[in-house]
Design a protein around this ligand. Structure first.
Ligand SMILES: NC(=O)c1ccc[n+]([C@@H]2O[C@H](COP(=O)([O-])OP(=O)(O)OC[C@H]3O[C@@H](n4cnc5c(N)ncnc54)[C@H](OP(=O)(O)O)[C@@H]3O)[C@@H](O)[C@H]2O)c1
Length: 335
């Protein structure tokens, strides 16, 4: 499939910036949606080669009704990544769950009014994972699986921010599939449910203190915060591979109407991350956190559909860690 202009939301975020770069490297025109003018300006300044094919539109809050109407004009495909991913929130329902659901509703309504051919949405493995089943029962997750968490459980003030986030992703993705079934728009939906995403950043990051949530966990290990962060599951993907998954989900005619779980077939733990860091950055060895962390061999993910339909080859965890940490140490000293 070929597109004349792709609207990318969350373009100034960790994954979004890599998706933007992947599209630009193919000469595909990108209309990037951002809420921060200063981040958008940095993205433009650092991509002088893309002047003629990268433009920004400003969407202050994705959850506002009709907010995408103008941004959608002249666009024929959408990659929707914007969603709150921040565990330091005071009101989890208001700041995580409601904006995720309303954001999806608002952008799908705008897409249906325009000439959109394909809509790729970034959901999460959190929308798939069943924490209780995982503890004891051997299980291979497929695109048929859904996190059983109820709205009431996710929105309960006593829920952890992680559970509220996982709920937000489940309900937002279900909202998208419900919209497709009820409204039957002319475009095809593809949803992606990646697990933990790690790797070097391409979006504006001014210090190691402002890294995105998933890379911040790696930085905790690298900078010696004890103990190792808990790995609630051992699935991960490199951000550059995930950007390629997004673009293939857009371009590949066979992907339409499908739900994919982009997950490397190699499992990770923060113990493994720590060992790779120590081996590859011997000068920092003394401050890198260490600990023992088991990999749960009871659970797996069916990685075949992504590999087969989207033709993805995954990077090794070592490459991801080394590339991330090389950049993070430079960022730390540039402070
Ligand atoms: N990182 C992971 O491990 C992981 C794993 C699975 C799924 N995902 C999903 O991947 C997507 C991107 O995540 P990420 O890791 O790239 O996180 P991120 O760096 O925090 O990016 C999130 C993006 O969404 C934008 N955004 C959030 N709330 C918004 C709102 N209410 N209105 C307008 N824009 C809003 C942010 O804008 P600003 O740039 O202005 O902050 C940012 O560009 C999300 O849908 C997330 O759920 C991430």
């Amino acid at each position: 499939m070929a597109f004349s202009c792709v609207l990318v939301t969350g373009a100034t975020g960790f994954i979004g910036a890599h998706v933007v770069d992947n599209l630009l490297s193919r000469g595909i025109k990108v209309r990037a949606a951002a809420r921060s003018r200063s981040k958008a300006e940095i993205m433009i300044e650092t991509r002088p080669f893309a002047k003629s094919i990268l433009e920004f539109v400003y969407i202050d809050d994705i959850a506002e009704p009709n907010v995408f109407d103008q941004a959608m004009e002249g666009v024929d495909a959408v990659i929707h990544l914007a969603s709150p991913l921040n565990y330091s929130v005071a009101d989890k329902e208001r700041e995580l769950i409601i904006p995720a659901i309303n954001g999806v509703r608002s952008i799908l309504q705008a897409a249906a009014k325009n000439n959109i051919k394909r809509f790729v949405m970034t959901s999460s493995f959190g929308a798939v994972l069943d924490m209780d089943r995982e503890k004891n029962t051997p299980w291979k997750y497929t695109a048929e699986d859904w996190n059983p968490i109820s709205y009431a459980e996710a929105a309960d003030p006593s829920a952890s921010p992680q559970d509220a986030y996982r709920g937000s992703k489940k309900f937002a993705e279900q909202e998208a599939w419900k919209f497709m079934a009820q409204e039957k728009p002319a475009f095809e939906l593809v949803t992606l449910c990646p697990s933990m995403v790690f790797g070097p950043t391409a979006h504006p990051v001014t210090s190691v203190d402002t890294l995105n949530e998933s890379n911040a966990l790696l930085w905790r290990v690298a900078s010696g915060v004890e103990p190792l962060p808990p790995a609630r599951f051992n699935f991960w993907i490199d951000v550059r591979d995930l950007a390629e998954v997004h673009v293939q989900a857009l371009l590949n005619p066979n992907a339409g109407g499908k739900r994919y779980l982009p997950v490397s077939s190699q499992k990770f733990s923060y113990q493994l991350a720590s060992e790779i860091m120590r081996d590859n950055f011997p000068a920092e060895k003394d401050r890198i956190s260490s600990g023992v962390q088991e990999i749960n061999e009871n659970v797996d993910v069916d990685t075949a559909p992504v590999t087969k339909d989207l033709n993805i080859e995954y990077r090794d965890f070592k490459e991801t860690i080394v590339d991330f940490l090389t950049q993070a140490y430079l960022l730390e000293t540039a402070k």
